[in-house]
Design a protein around this ligand. Structure first.
Ligand code: C2E
Ligand code: MG
Ligand code: MG
Ligand code: MG
Length: 288
């Protein structure tokens, strides 16, 4: 009897795997046409400077809407793109689109593009970046690339070379989702990031969890001492916003301030904010 139950469990498990594989296969096939069919769009989420309430950076986030499959999350399609080498043309397109869109913003606002770890193993990235800067006319200092700690897991010689080359061109580098991966202080010792983004999971707990608070505080302090900017990610309520401000995070990002939005909606928001007087970031910044 137990044998039987075991077999049933196995066959159910097997079914789940098969379904997942066929969904992945279906998405991979659909993704092959997505770029050419204009199904991919970049949305932008404003990131605010804590002391002035100004928009400092806009993070470019890719969106995919397939005619029959509907909206698919980047958390689902980016890993698929990474596994079948579609990530290269998709990223080249994303950087170029982001640079073009950023040309209509105020000169102090940067655009941040997420870069998959797999792209730091090939030499296509610096070429794509230079191509996008030349095609758009955007100043290199206004382009920030977000990478996660996982880029350091292997082949660090090559990764370091590519990162240094990008910084030599004048780009800024941000360490994304800090605290969720391997978070070795060695990375910070050997590599000079311009920005550290503290993962949203730490902001989630700052209200009730003293450990999350202690970690967020220490990272903000460490970054300040190293002259590195910080972003508190995932600010969802007033308490978290106040906390991030008091802790001294340079910038704040989160749904309570602004959600990712299409380029034209962002422009409208930026134009509406022009006349308002600067001051520390508050929830009013999301409304004005
Ligand atoms: P990420 O780079 O850490 O981006 C931040 C994610 O957090 C975005 O999700 C954003 O919508 C979400 N977020 C922002 N504020 C809040 C908040 O207050 N609460 C919560 N719960 N979430 C918030 P999104 O757009 O679904 O992207 C998910 C991930 O997919 C990104 O995480 C990034 O790793 C990846 N991704 C998105 N676009 C691209 C892209 O163009 N290229 C690459 N390589 N990866 C991308
Ligand atoms: Mg990011
Ligand atoms: Mg992040
Ligand atoms: Mg994240």
């Amino acid at each position: 009897q137990s044998k039987h139950a075991g077999r049933n469990r196995f066959s159910r498990f097997d079914w789940g795997m098969k379904e997942k594989q066929s969904r992945t296969y279906e998405l991979e096939m659909a993704l092959r046409g997505a770029l050419a069919n204009g199904e991919l769009v970049m949305h932008y989420q404003p990131i605010f400077e804590t002391t002035t309430g100004r928009i400092a950076i806009c993070e470019a986030l890719m969106r995919w809407e397939h005619p029959t499959l509907g909206k698919i999350s980047p958390a689902e399609f980016i890993p698929i793109a990474e596994s079948c080498s579609l990530i290269e043309p998709m990223t080249a397109w994303a950087i170029e689109q982001a640079c073009r869109d950023a040309m209509s913003w105020d000169d102090h606002v940067r655009v941040a593009v997420n870069i998959s770890p797999v792209l730091l193993k090939t030499d296509g990235l610096p070429r794509a970046v230079i191509g996008a800067l030349l095609a758009s006319g955007l100043a290199a200092r206004r382009l920030e690339l977000e990478v996660t700690e996982s880029i350091f897991l292997e082949d660090s010689g090559r990764t370091n070379m590519i990162l240094s080359e990008l910084q030599r061109i004048g780009l800024r580098l941000a360490l994304d989702d800090f605290g969720t991966g391997y978070s070795s202080l060695g990375y910070l010792r050997h590599y000079k990031f311009d920005t550290i983004k503290v993962d949203q999971s730490f902001m989630r707990g700052v209200g009730e969890n003293p450990r999350d608070r202690a970690i967020a505080q220490s990272v903000a302090y460490l970054a300040r001492s190293l002259d590195v900017e910080t972003v508190a990610e995932g600010i969802e309520n007033e308490e978290q916003l106040r906390y991030a401000r008091e802790t001294g995070f340079t910038n704040v990002q989160g749904f309570v301030l602004a959600r990712p939005m299409p380029a034209d909606a962002l422009l409208t928001m930026m134009q509406g904010r022009r006349e308002s007087a600067p001051g520390v970031v508050t929830l009013a910044d999301s409304r004005r």
